[in-house]
Design a protein around this ligand. Structure first.
Ligand code: FAD
Length: 312
């Protein structure tokens, strides 16, 4: 893991209390690769977040946000600027009638479980998505026919200097993407759900967990889907995972990274993978699919720091 290159001009004002220097970011991701963050803070309250964003804007420091790191590749060279992670007050979950009000750092499986206990239906699909509500808004997370955009009532977004409430139609939501800008942090959101018997919602959660257990490898270090499912007609309706599998990618390994033997659209860190290994595996799989089917796969995984996809 190499050190972050020195910043050209150090910020004139020192960061507020609670900001750590040279923080290993790989542990904040589910694939466990990547380097050091120049500045890192766990942010537990709205006031603290706004103070940090204001300081960063004033000091000319770029701010990024990490959720559960469950669809994230961090640069091996490290990440310049400030990385924040929401917790405490900003990961709380509350029920108000048929609404769930939760912080951007709340974990989706916990939101789904809380909704089920309150007899609220609509966010069951979140039980299998190991990300935060903020990451799910940014990615318009979906599974088993449910998607976040369809239950969102509003989202609160913090930027340097202000907090704004946006409705789903203002978020540019489409397949695994949104129009949120790089410096915009999802502080929290309201989900508007339907009423249903508690036992029925809990049974749906159990069934979804069971289906997921059957379909995906468990207990591996991965960031879930590597590539988006293509809408190219040459794919013939096949998912990215199926195209990769048919191109012989299951188990294809470079360094410490490989396409999972059980699910070719999942890349697994088998021990000491670097982000460079992951990128090399991605490039190899993408080249095979291009050669075999003429389909150009696009990454779904998000990046932090100077990560460059080799084919771009
Ligand atoms: C085993 C496994 C299964 C998965 N299954 C699914 C699935 O079924 N469906 C699905 O949609 N996804 C799935 N994923 C992918 C991933 O869980 C989702 O994309 C999730 O929404 C990412 O949330 P996160 O908090 O981990 O975000 P991160 O990976 O930490 O970040 C992803 C992006 O969101 C941004 N972000 C994070 N938090 C915030 C915030 N508060 N405000 C603004 N931006 C933010 C980051 O800056 C980054 O650009 C799976 C992943 C794994 C590992």
């Amino acid at each position: 893991m190499s050190a972050v290159p020195p910043a050209p001009t150090p910020p004139s004002t020192p960061p507020p209390p609670g900001v750590q220097r040279d923080y290993s970011l790989s542990r904040l991701t589910t694939v466990r690769t990547g380097g050091i963050g120049e500045l890192f803070a766990r942010v537990g309250s709205r006031a603290q977040l706004l103070e940090l964003l204001a300081w960063a804007a004033e000091a000319g420091v770029q701010t990024s946000v990490v959720g559960s790191g469950s669809n994230l590749l961090v640069a091996d060279e490290g990440v310049r600027g400030l990385v924040v992670k929401l917790d405490r007050e900003l990961s709380a979950i509350a029920v108000a009638g048929t609404r769930i009000l939760a912080g951007g750092g709340a974990r989706l499986p916990a939101v789904a479980a809380r909704a089920a206990s309150a007899g609220l239906s609509g966010i069951e699909f979140g039980v299998n998505i190991p990300g935060t509500l903020g990451g799910a808004v940014r990615m318009n997370a979906n599974a088993y026919g449910g998607e976040l955009g369809s239950v969102l009532e509003w989202v609160e977004i913090a930027r340097a200097g202000d907090v704004e409430r946006r409705e789903p139609h203002e978020l540019g939501l489409s397949y695994r993407s949104s129009s949120l800008g790089p410096g915009e942090v999802v502080l929290g959101a309201s989900l508007l759900l339907g009423e249903a018997p508690v036992e029925q919602v809990k049974a749906t959660l159990a069934e979804m967990r069971r289906r997921r257990h059957e379909a995906q490898p468990q207990g591996i270090k991965t960031f879930g889907s590597t590539f988006k499912n293509p809408d190219d007609p040459r794919a013939g309706g096949r998912s990215a995972g199926l195209l990769l599998a048919e191109a012989g990618c299951n188990g294809l390994a470079i360094g410490g990274a490989r396409f999972a033997p059980k699910h070719a659209n999942f890349i697994e860190n088998t021990g000491a993978a670097t982000t460079a290994d992951v990128l090399a595996v991605m490039a190899a799989g993408r080249a095979r699919v291009l050669e075999r089917f003429g389909v150009e796969l696009e990454p779904e995984v998000q990046t932090l720091g100077p990560v460059r996809f080799p084919w771009l």
